[in-house]
Structures are given as C-alpha cells and as structure tokens.
Design a protein. Structure first.
Length: 130
C-alpha cells in the first residue's frame, strides 16, 4: 500500500471502530464499568492474541491464517452471548472464541492460500558501525 492508501485505510478503520464502540456503549448502557472493561479485553483475547503470538513464533503463520483466526474467534465469542444463545451458561465464551481463533489460525495457514501473504522483512542482525 502507498502512504496515501495506508492513511485512507487507517481513517476508515478509525471511523468504523468509533461507530462500533458507540453502538457497544449504547447497547450496554447502565452496565458497570468493570463489566465493560472485561468485555473489551475479551475482544482482544479472541481476535488479536492468537494472530500476534503465532505471527511471532510460528514460521508457517500466514495472513490468511490471521484473517481466519480473527473471524472465527469473534464469531464464536459472539455466538456465546446470552442474547444469542444459552451456550455461555455451560462454557465461557471467551475460551470458546480463543479455541476457535487457534483452529482458524492453523487451518487458515495450512490451507491453500487464497490471500496474498504479507510479510515485511525485518533484519535482526547487528551491523558494526564505522
């Protein structure tokens, strides 16, 4: 992406995220702050943790695996909401979402790649100065 495309992508993402947070706050109006913060961290757990860890430590991790992981984690986590199903009474939704994210990462990374892999080369070698 060019610098201009990245700027546009960040602005669009920010607006979408702002509306999502606003909808979340309105839907949970009157909920104690502890519960709101707890739920906010659950989003990070089910959507960001697995792609980050696998991207750092698993050499076969791919962009497609990360995308599958994010969508699987969020979809399963939402399916465990009390407003959607009663599954949350039997098993914590954040753990189910984490498991789905793990499966999504492995399946998405090992499946034939339909999405272009995006790796930026970072050199970790120390260069002598002088």
């Amino acid at each position: 992406m060019s610098d201009k495309q990245q700027l546009v992508a960040m602005r669009v993402t920010l607006v979408i995220f702002a509306f999502a947070v606003l909808a979340y706050a309105i839907a949970l109006q009157g909920t104690p702050i502890y519960d709101l913060v707890s739920a906010a961290y659950q989003v990070t757990l089910v959507a960001a943790f697995v792609p980050l860890v696998f991207g750092l430590y698993w050499s076969r991790a791919t962009t497609q695996g990360a995308v599958f992981s994010i969508f699987a984690g969020i979809a399963v986590w939402v399916a465990y909401f009390p407003q959607v199903t009663t599954w949350g009474e039997f098993f914590p939704g954040q753990l189910a979402g984490l498991g789905a994210a793990l499966v999504g990462m492995v399946v998405g990374s090992l499946a034939p790649q339909l999405l272009t892999n995006r790796h930026e080369h970072v050199s970790h070698h120390l260069q002598p100065h002088g």
